[in-house]
Design a binder for this molecule. Structure first.
Ligand SMILES: Nc1ncnc2c1ncn2[C@@H]1O[C@H](COP(=O)(O)OP(=O)(O)OP(=O)(O)O)[C@@H](O)[C@H]1O
Length: 464
């Protein structure tokens, strides 16, 4: 995707919509203009122009992340952003922007913010990411329940810190924002800070350089009641920052103030994280969030389609959900691509159009029958040849039925093909196996646990 001025204007509008009617945001966002957009092999490099040094500092500090996130979501590739000062003055802009510029100067000279009545605003929080816009599936029910609990009773139970972890694009940021929004609504007096660990790191480093650590601590420890930190994996990058982060969390916990964190990996896997920081993170509650199965992806897609006002027939829904296996961000991105394409070309959305737009996704390698048989055989410590044999011993029959079930679930092969892959079993044997596994999952929690574990292992192989 190349970024042109028209598209940049659309992005600005989206950022504004996501942040509600916010004059201050408009004042800073409107004068930012696109200078250059270059697509390299694996990222999009964009240079924006801002009128003054004032702008330069402000947008780097407060808007860069927002803009990058929105661009990433729209383009689905990593985005690098730079700002340059153009030196333009208010008179270089059209009349409406002249107002904006003049307001901006005033805002800059009067940094004291008047806190409006009602819940305090939370900088950077996305008001659209709430619990009601989060579709709960088996992959996220624990993380969702834990976050919701914490949001309803911040700081009052042992879930402190609460750490949500899981791969990219799985809904961690959404849950973190939902917690922030919920706390803001239920406890309007609480001062909530939502920040990415990367920004925490940058601010901390700059405070260290300027010998302004007292100010930094005042902001994050004294003047904050709930801290929500995203992408905590970055904290391992700097020793001094880690030290500061560790003390900040301790001070929050001592004062019974809630800490909510998200990371793309477990604390033990965060590079550079010292033992005491790791144990601190592990002492609260850790909840993981994994890739949803097809059923949940379908539910999320239906919800998103309704939300974006996109009408999809059943075939198209099934197709998009089946091929969007990497993340929910991908699922959402694919839906947006189809919507945009249909609008630009004036075509109605159907399976044919979806296939055309998403053709490159279909080549993604998933998993083979043999691979699933191997995973199941290893799990039950039997041989693949046992699965294909005619043995009717229970330790062989149950794994065989499970392997058939998983092949149907992940590969959607015909009953005949599945039968063939197990030494030429009849298709009625396959039907019976699928029914047995389905029923047993509802009756026996241990059995269900085994299936979930196998599904996880398959996800690990496919990277789904
Ligand atoms: N269960 C869900 N229901 C509805 N929308 C979801 C769900 N999970 C994720 N999304 C949407 O998918 C997109 C990506 O989610 P999010 O940014 O929260 O992922 P993430 O796990 O924080 O990723 P990263 O680690 O890259 O920051 C968002 O638009 C979010 O609203």
């Amino acid at each position: 995707m190349e970024l042109d001025s028209l598209f940049w204007n659309q992005i600005k509008t989206t950022i504004k919509t996501k942040n509600g009617a916010n004059k201050l945001l408009e004042n800073w966002l409107d004068p930012i203009e696109l200078i250059k957009s270059e697509k390299t092999a694996d990222s999009l490099k964009i240079t924006f122009g801002v009128p003054s040094q004032f702008f330069f500092f402000y947008v780097n500090e407060h808007l860069k992340d927002k803009i990058a996130q929105e661009l990433r979501e729209q383009s689905n590739i990593p985005v690098e952003i730079d700002f340059v000062v153009t030196g333009k003055t208010a008179s270089d802009y059209n009349t409406s922007l002249q107002d904006v510029m003049q307001n901006t100067e005033q805002v800059f000279q009067q940094p004291v913010q008047v806190v409006p009545a009602g819940p305090r605003p939370v900088e950077n929080i996305n008001e659209e990411f709430t619990f009601s816009t989060f579709v709960v599936g088996k992959n996220s029910e624990f993380a969702h329940a834990a976050t919701y609990n914490v949001a309803c009773n911040p700081g009052t139970n042992d879930y402190n810190p609460l750490l949500i972890y899981g791969p990219s694009g799985m809904g961690k940021t959404h849950l973190l924002n939902a917690a922030g929004n919920q706390i803001r609504q239920n406890y309007p007096h609480l001062r909530i800070v939502y920040i990415s660990a990367e920004r925490f790191l940058n601010e901390c480093v700059s405070a260290l350089r300027r010998h302004e650590m007292d100010k930094f601590r005042q902001k994050y420890r004294e003047n904050t009641d709930v801290i929500v930190v995203d992408d905590v994996q970055y904290i391992g990058r700097g020793e001094a920052v880690q030290e500061e982060f560790f003390h900040m969390i301790n001070s929050f916990i001592e004062k019974k103030k809630q800490v909510v964190l998200a990371s793309d990996r477990m604390p033990k896997d965060i590079l550079g994280l010292e033992d005491r920081s790791r144990t601190r993170l592990e002492r609260g509650l850790i909840a993981d969030i994994t890739m949803p199965d097809l059923e949940t992806r379908l539910a999320i897609l239906r919800y998103k389609a309704e939300n974006y006002n996109v009408r999809l027939n059943e075939d198209t829904i099934q197709y998009i959900a089946k091929i969007s296996k990497k993340s929910i961000r991908e699922l959402e991105g694919n839906l947006k691509k189809i919507k945009m394409f249909s609008e630009l070309q004036g075509l109605s959305i159907n399976l044919e159009l979806a296939r055309k737009v998403l053709a490159h996704h279909e080549n993604t390698v998933t998993i083979s029958i043999e691979e699933i048989q191997r995973i199941v055989a290893e799990y039950y410590k039997i041989r693949v040849t046992d699965l294909k044999s005619t043995s009717r011993a229970k330790p062989i029959v149950v794994p065989r039925q499970i392997a058939m079930y998983l092949i149907k679930k992940f590969l959607d092969k015909s009953l005949v093909d599945i039968g063939k892959a197990f030494g030429g079993k009849d298709h009625t044997t396959v039907i019976n196996s699928l029914d047995k596994v389905e029923n047993l999952q509802n009756q026996d929690p241990q059995f269900k646990n085994d299936i979930d574990e196998l599904i996880n292992q398959i996800h690990n192989v496919t990277g789904l």
